[in-house]
Every structure is written in C-alpha cells, then in structure tokens.
Design a protein around this ligand. Sequence first.
Ligand code: AHG
Ligand code: MN
Ligand code: MN
Length: 335
Amino acid sequence: MARKNQTLGEFIIENQSEFKYSSGELSRLINAIRLAAKVVNHQVNKAGLVDILGGAGDTNIQGEDQQKLDVIANDAFIKTLINREIVCGIGSEENDDFITVEGHNDDHQNKYVILMDPLDGSSNIDVNVSVGTIFSIYRRITPSGTPVTIEDFLQPGRNQVAAGYIIYGTSTMLVYTTGHGVNGFTLNPAIGTFYLSHPNMMFPEEGTIYSVNEGNYTHFPQGVKNYIKYCQEESENRPYTSRYIGSLVSDIHRNMIKGGIYMYPKSSVNSNGKLRLLYECNPMAFITEQAGGKASDGYTPILDLQPTELHQRAPFFCGSKKMVEKAEDFMAKSL
Ligand code: AHG
Ligand code: MN
Ligand code: MN
C-alpha cells in the first residue's frame, strides 16, 4: 500500500513484488535513476549561477544545437546506469546510436534496456523555466549472454515494463509507473530524499486545458484546426484555457493534475510532428494510460505503434480520456 510521505526507497522495496518478474533488478534500476536525477537536479539548479549555459558546440542527430545541460544530463544518466551494471543497452535522444553495456564480467547478462530523453524542454533553461527527464524501460527480447541489438530497442510501447519522468520545477519530482498505477515523489532538497507526495495519480476524465503550439496553426491538418476551434468555442465548459510551456514533461504533468490535452500534431512542414516516439511519446503514453488517460497519434494508440527507427518521430495527442477522444473524432471526420 502506497503511504503518503513514505520515502521512494521504502516504496521501491515494499512494491518490488508487484513487478511480475520480481527479480529486484527493476528496483535497482529505479534506484539508479533516482540517483542520477539528484545529480541532474543539482546541475539544473545551479544553471543560472555558473557558466554552464548555452550550446555545447555539438549538434544532435535531430539537427538541434545541444545545450550544455543536455550533455551533462546525458552523461549523468549513462554513467550511473553503466556503473550500476543493471542495463544491457541504452538509447538516448542525444546519442546517434544505442550503447551496448557488457555488464559484469562482460557477459551481457543484464535484462533491461532503457531509452531516455535526458533533458526535455532544454530551450527553456536559459529562461529559468521547468525542464525534465523522460525514461522508458523494456526487457530485452534477444537472449541474454549476447550483445543487445536494435530489435531490443524497437519494441512497441505496450511492452514497456516501467516508464517515468523527472520534473525539475519549483519542486523536483520523480513520477513513474511499473504498470500498477502512477506515483509521484517530491524531492526534499535539504536532505536529498524523495517522498511520496502524489500517490495514485489520475488524469481527470475531462478537463478544460488545451496545450499546443498554436504558432503552427496554419500548417496543421484540418481535423486539428477544427478541434482547436471547438476548444475556443463558447459552450458549457468552453472556451478552454490554452496553456503551453514548451516542455513536454511540464505540460503533461500539469494536465495530469488539472485535466487537459497535449497535442503535437503532424503538420505540412513536419510529416510526423516533432516528438520522438521512443524517448518521449511511448513513456508519456504508458504513464498516461496508467493514470486513466489516453494517448494516440490521432488515430492509433501510441503504445500499439511498431517502431522502425531509434529516433523516429510521431504525432502526439495525450491527456484526459474524453478530450483525446474528442480530438480523434475531429481527426476521423476530416480524413
Ligand atoms: P527537447 O528539449 O528534448 O528537444 O524536447 C523539446 C520538445 C518538448 O519538450 C516540447 O513539448 C516541444 O519540443 C516543444 O516544441 P515547439 O517549440 O516546436 O513547440
Ligand atoms: Mn524532449
Ligand atoms: Mn531532450
């Protein structure tokens, strides 16, 4: 039983048996993430104080400039995960290819792969707005004892065994699921401990917030344009409120608490939208479904999509169930 104010460490131990493979390895993995989160939190917090702002001079595979904190966060997670010898492979938004982790005695015995967006919303760092980390965990499908292959990473989101995010906001929170609901833990920075503050998080079935980059309006498909107009119309609980931070983690976190829909549709300039299926959409979709919400590409549940590439993008509609269903209706009507 989740008890409010329980520490994350206690929670992990108490709920270990809920995990169907119950080997304790997943608990060790969440522990490693907890540690890396604290390291990144420390770096994010001092971003305004020391000269770690600005581009690191590299460009990631998506053609975007990397902020220095992207690199720092990526390194912190990779180092912690490799040192703890729990995963057999790591895929990151910031790395062109996946990393093979040999593990103890170089025997490739570890069972899990992790995919992550080490720093989400990084363009918000310069302006002191919340950023996050997103992670997604699968059991490998190739036999243990052999090096991981791309197949281990290209699994449908439905196969995830755990997923979560960290939000470096006014408070730092770690929110995750192992397929038994969603729980949120808030960091007490004075003693470096996460406490259960948001047990059993649920999306309200219906909400009044819509989150979309409306600057792209003219490029959106007709169904999305019609849905946005619907959100703005006067009626019962409408017009809805428009809220868009530009950090996926923060936008979804707010909508999960208050009720809302997040959309990053395809457009005439981005045929698959912008968000990455493996690092952003799948983990957020798993969390959302576990919290009673819905996530799709406008037509198909995100978790049912078969990935074909590590860095592929997907249109994303995610949030309160009834709102996503309404958006899907508009999409279907204007096919
Ligand atoms: P990242 O910082 O990992 O590249 O992700 C940014 C993403 C996501 O967090 C956000 O919702 C979206 O990009 C914002 O994109 P636009 O600026 O195009 O609206
Ligand atoms: Mn991101
Ligand atoms: Mn990122």
